[in-house]
Design a protein around this ligand. Structure first.
Ligand code: CP3
Length: 342
């Protein structure tokens, strides 16, 4: 029998000899082998073709041997499965054909069988399993949390201020809740299918929740995340992580969602949090800009972090947000190797 992977041991809140390490956005554009494939296919083709999604998921594992693999996909597969078409425009990001703003727009979204449309993701998971099992590396599945997914649908793409989403929040909250409810139903079915097909952990990304006032977070994010976690059919109790930006503000609420791990951004005092009496494991939280530092400085920074976070109890090394596309793979290697040799 294989040993329990470090990532799982830490996610369950237990002591590890060193922190397991993986990085958000580890599968993507900073890797030359990803950019090479990307010359032949656009991003949507890459994520909706199981062979390509399998290959890209494995690329960082082959190169750096991280302690967990994250499925190569995107949080925007949920809006698409609900019938909201979008495209990724180079240098602009996702652009939706028709933003969701009215009762009719929301009534037109069909959440009943939508998770069945995402079969290519389940197939990629099935293909990845034997390859990752051979390396004893767990596969992390994921979805966007309802508020962040809704914000893309309402804004029609990326937005720095979430103006349209906040307008809906103050002018027609019932409509916003109706949209969040539909996304929640599809997300539960989607994550249940990921579990059935073999993911060993799940992460919910609520990136843009960080722009909300505390009580709006309590009202628009907290109940839906909690409902998702509590509704999952999770017989083996695979660990569930919740990530959001501006984590310090909402920590208490996040802990009450029933998640196993909170993925914290760089605003959190990590050593202090790790020493505190807590009911959850912690993932985070290096500001990815440190990966632009000269490697001797980066190495010192990681060694200091390792000294400050000892003993490693329920702690998974990660970044406070995803890797940027212009970060050097050598910097990623420096981080992984420093942690693995500690
Ligand atoms: O390596 C991994 O983390 C796995 C794959 C993954 C992607 N997106 C691949 C991707 C994951 C987990 C995501 C999550 C995601 N997608 C989030 C939440 C996490 C976060 O970073 O805040 C969000 C908000 C999105 C939405 C999204 N996807 C945007 C706004 C964009 C365009 C901007 C950008 O970063 O390029 C994407 C595209 C995207 N998702 C790419 C990748 C590798 C770039 C695709 C390309 O051009 O090749």
């Amino acid at each position: 029998m294989q040993k329990t992977p470090l990532y799982i041991t830490a996610a369950q809140g237990n002591l590890t000899s060193r922190p397991p390490v993986w990085m958000m956005r580890q599968a993507g554009r900073y890797l030359p082998e990803y950019r090479e494939l990307r010359k032949q296919y656009n991003f949507k083709q890459m994520m909706s073709t199981p062979d390509l999604a399998t290959e890209v998921t494995l690329q960082p594992i082959r190169r750096f041997q991280m302690d967990a693999a994250i499925l190569f996909s995107d949080i925007l597969v949920i809006p698409e499965s609900l019938g909201c078409k979008f495209d990724f425009i180079e240098s602009k990001g996702p652009v939706f054909e028709t933003p969701i703003r009215t009762v009719k727009d929301i009534e037109n979204l069909n959440s009943d069988h939508s998770a069945q449309n995402i079969d290519y993701v389940y197939q990629a998971i099935r293909q990845l399993k034997p390859q990752l099992n051979a390396l004893n590396t767990p596969l992390v599945g994921f979805a966007g949390a309802p508020f962040t997914v809704a914000s893309y649908m309402i804004e029609g793409g990326s937005s720095a201020s979430l103006k349209q989403t906040k307008l809906l929040m103050v002018q027609n909250p019932a409509l916003l809740h109706q949209l969040l409810q539909k996304i929640t139903v599809t997300t539960i079915n989607y994550l249940n299918a990921q579990i059935e097909n073999g993911v060993e952990a799940l992460q919910l990304f609520d990136t843009w929740a960080g722009l909300l006032a505390w009580d709006d977070f309590k009202n628009l994010c907290f109940p839906y995340i909690k409902t998702i976690i509590q509704s999952l059919n999770n017989p083996n109790r695979i660990p569930i992580t919740v990530f959001c930006k501006n984590t310090s503000a909402y920590m208490e609420l996040l802990a009450q969602t029933g998640c196993d791990v909170i993925s914290v951004d760089w605003t959190v005092n990590l050593p202090q949090l790790l020493k505190s009496n807590r009911s959850f494991a912690v993932q985070g939280n290096l500001d990815p800009h440190w990966l632009y530092a000269p490697h001797n400085i980066l190495k010192d920074k990681i060694q200091l972090l390792l000294a400050e976070t000892k003993p490693y109890q329920g702690y998974i090394f990660n970044l406070g947000h995803g890797l940027m596309p212009d970060i050097s793979p050598d910097a990623v290697k420096c981080v992984v190797d420093t942690i693995k040799s500690s």
